[in-house]
Ligand binder design. Sequence first.
Ligand SMILES: [Zn+2]
Length: 206
Amino acid sequence: MQRGLFMKTCRCVSNRFLTSVVVSILISGCAKQPPFPRTRDEIIQESLSLPALYLTEKTRQRVVAPESEGVLIVDKKSGEIAWRALVCTAPDCPGKGPKGEPHICSENDLSYFVKTDGSLGYDPKRMPLDPTKIGMCQKCNSVRNPATETEQKRQQYTQWVQNYVLPESIIRKKQLEEELKRRVQYERQHRILRPDSQQKMVIPQP
Ligand SMILES: [Zn+2]
């Protein structure tokens, strides 16, 4: 009986040892694997919520908020409306910095205002007609002459003004594009079909 008990104990210890070895191998194997790729939706969601620059309407303070907030936000700190920052890349823009830095501006629509309760209000009568307004960049407007400007030039000025993107968001966006490529590759390797492909979705077995 004692011998039997001894053998049982040995088998038990041996099984535990083997289990721990297998678990250790699995853990170390997993640790060497690249991180499990996030889903396309998760990557795209982060891409749409990257930090963006806003400029307050009156005092021109810089406010950083998620891009998903849209073109305007109410800045809680100053109580002002802040508009999504734009950048003018027109080659002859008078707003260029001393080293050629492009002019950062915003297009404010004064129809929007902050109500006494802090929420956003809209009244088109608040926006006065401005006959000098030509394009989105006020600096360029000061040197443009609509009477002599060609339609092609007018379109160019429109295209030269774009959303300003923060340097850190440019870097992160590139990383997310790479991550999305890896995700697509992962889906192909594991034969994961998109739900909208009208085919049965295959979930990879662990
Ligand atoms: Zn300009």
